[in-house]
Design a binder for this molecule. Structure first.
Ligand SMILES: Cc1ncc(COP(=O)(O)O)c(C=O)c1O
Length: 410
């Protein structure tokens, strides 16, 4: 599809997102905080509302019409996810509260696999949620917590990884896309490296799922996780995919209802997958509504989304670089639509506040990646992040507001 046709096609998407059709402080809202969370299309909002108007019942255990209907809809999302990820088995899809929940679960159920002196690897650019749980596990098990350094360009030092990751590595956990910089990481190469070292491989796909098609078979990782809210879905819902033989072998995470097979005063046995890892009443309406986000992404096409966002990124980056004393981080080709920057001698929070007053929503601060900013010699940045519904006009409004803010603060 040529760029004009693509821009035209994507422009029409905006009308499907009611939250974007409003003014803040009397200005049209320009939402550029999509790496934090995306807005939701009307069909997702309608699905949540329909669930409570029509289908509300607890799932899996009810013997009545509503319970069966809501169970069917809930499980339909699991099937759609299995298709989206190219999973071999639908029971490899585990629902939980989010990416943070998935990493906490994995760092707990993998505990017995780690022995004193083993190595647990992350990278210097991880979101804290894919960093701290592994650091704590290493501490608990007297394992070595190691990390792949980040180069000043915002890319992994893969040579370091090639030299240092050996059969002492027990777990290697890393993100596909950096939430702070937008860098798209060479995960295929790192997965190969980590697998040949015999490690468990965990891929944090939180920032990738809205931009790239995913095939867990060809990736050949052991676990892949993401949050629904970063791909136009509801908040408080996470998806963890794991290889069936591993999820069957590893211990349960949380105990309670639904995850048991038989409970008696003499002992308890546990349910089969996926229920073994889904104790308690889940976020039913979120799971059901998430099916609409999955369809939305499939219909628009992630390739189109990425190409459009990349065009916005390039346009905005060029305009940004015209501003004096500007630092654009990770100004490299292999990126998604995340633009992280600082203006010399101006605090990122001050720029964020002035942009907000002009209707432009961005994120400022460390973006939950403090080791990354330490490496780059600062404490954080202003981050503008694009989604499929953003337009060239959004970029123009953003740049105009930024110029005005910088002039006021200088
Ligand atoms: C790369 C990455 N991993 C993990 C997370 C945590 O996601 P959640 O807050 O939905 O658990 C985020 C959220 O920003 C992220 O960007």
């Amino acid at each position: 599809m040529d760029n004009d046709t693509l821009q035209h096609k994507m422009r029409e998407l905006k009308t499907q997102f009611p939250a974007l059709n409003q003014t803040v402080y009397g200005r049209p809202l320009v939402y550029l905080d999509n790496a934090a969370t995306t807005q939701k299309p009307q069909r997702v909002i309608d699905s949540i509302s329909e669930y409570y108007s029509k289908w509300n019942a607890n799932i899996h255990r009810g013997a009545h019409y509503l319970a069966n209907a809501s169970t069917e809809k809930f499980e339909a999302t699991r099937s759609a996810l299995a298709e989206m990820l190219h999973a071999n088995f639908r029971e490899e899809i585990i629902f939980n509260q989010g990416s943070t929940d998935s990493v906490n679960m994995l760092s707990t159920i993998l505990e017995n696999e780690v022995e004193e002196g083993d190595e647990i690897w992350v990278t210097e650019m991880e979101h804290h949620s894919n960093f701290v749980p592994w650091q704590m596990l290493a501490l608990k098990k007297k394992a070595h917590f190691r990390y792949i350094p980040m180069l000043p360009s915002g890319e992994w030092d893969l040579d370091y990884a090639k030299n240092e990751i050996t059969d002492r590595a027990k777990i290697v956990a890393f993100n596909w896309v950096s939430n702070a910089l937008g860098t798209v990481n060479p995960i295929e190469e790192l997965i190969r490296l980590a697998k040949s070292a015999g490690a468990y491989v965990v891929v944090d796909g939180a920032q990738a799922v809205a931009h790239f098609d995913i095939n867990v078979q060809t990736l050949n990782c052991d676990f892949f996780l993401f949050s629904a809210h970063k791909m136009y879905g509801p908040t408080g819902l996470g998806v963890l995919w794991g290889k069936k033989e591993l999820l069957e072998k590893l211990p349960p995470y949380r105990y309670g209802g639904e995850m048991i097979k038989k409970v008696s005063v003499t002992g308890t046995t546990f349910n089969v997958l996926p229920f073994k890892y889904e104790s308690g009443t889940p976020n039913i309406e979120a799971v059901i509504a998430f099916n609409e986000s999955i369809s939305f992404c499939k219909e628009v096409g992630r390739e189109n989304m990425h190409a459009h966002e990349y065009f916005l990124l390039k346009t905005a980056t060029e305009r940004l670089k015209e501003i004096e004393r500007m630092t654009v981080y990770a100004d490299i080709p292999n990126k998604v639509g995340v633009l992280s920057f600082n203006v010399e001698d101006i605090h990122s929070a001050d720029i964020g506040t002035l942009l907000d007053q002009q209707g432009i929503a961005v994120r400022t601060g460390h973006h939950c990646t403090q080791p990354l900013w330490e490496k780059l010699g600062t404490t954080g940045s202003v981050r503008a992040s694009f989604a499929c519904y953003n337009t060239v006009e959004d970029v123009e409004l953003f740049i105009a507001a930024l110029n005005k803010s910088v002039n006021m603060l200088r």
